[in-house]
Design a protein around this ligand. Sequence first.
Ligand code: KIV
Length: 258
Amino acid sequence: MTLKQLQEMKTRGEKIAVLTCYDASFATLMEAAGVEVLLVGDSLGMVLQGGKDTLGVTMQDMLYHTDCVAAGAKSAFIITDMPYGSDQSLDLALDNANDLINAGAHMVKLEGAKTETVRYLVQRGIAVCGHLGFTPQSVRQLGGYKVQGRDADTAEKILKDALSLQQAGASMLVLEMVPATLAKQMSQQLSVPVIGIGAGIDCDGQVLVLHDALGMYPGKTLKFTRNFLHENNSIPEALSAYVQAVKNASFPAKEHSF
Ligand code: KIV
C-alpha cells in the first residue's frame, strides 16, 4: 500500500480502513483482514501504558512500537505519531521524524496547525499526515475531550488550517471529533485523503483505536466507537467486520456522529 494508492482510493470513492496498531501480531492480523493503514498512535500512552492522556509518551516508546509494527506488516502503510514535545523546533522535528522513518514508518503524523513544521519536513522528503479537530496532545488547553468546530468561526478555522497544511505538503489528514457536516465539507474540499474518527460517514476513510474497536479499553465508552468483537466470535473476524463496515459505509452510523 502506497500513498499514491491511498490517494487513488479517495479519487475512486473507495473508503480507506485504518486502525491503530502497536505490535507485530496485530499488524499481521490487521493486514490479513484488509486494513490498509496501520497507525502507531500515541494513544498507546493510554491503552497500553495506562496514562490518563497521551502527553507522557516518549520518542523511545514510538520507535519501539513502530519497529514492532513494521516487523509484522508486509504491505500495509504505516503512520507513526510524533509524540508530545518531539517537534518543538524544526530541527528536532526533522531528527525525530527521520528516526521514526528509519524504524519503519512510511509517514509521520503531527497534531495541530503546524504548517511551518509540515513544510520543513515535506521539503526534506518526509511524508506528513496532519491531525485537526480534537487533538489529544492539547487536551489540557481544550479543557477535556470535546467536539471541535461546532460554531461557524471554529469550523472555518479548522477548514482554513486544513487547507494550509495541505498547501504546506501534508498528504493526508486525520480529523477527530468534529460535526459530520464539517467533515463532509472538508473531505470534499481537500484533495488529500481525510480520515475521520468521530467525524461522520463522509470522510475518505475511518480510524479507530484498536482497543475501542475490540471493546478492550476499561475507560468510558466513547460515542463514536463501536465494539466489533461484541458482534463477532474472534479477533480476526472482528477486524474483518470493521473493514467491511468502513468499506460499505455502515460505520460510523448516525449514533456515532456529532
Ligand atoms: O493516537 C491515536 O491513536 C490517534 C487516533 C486517535 C487518530 O491519533
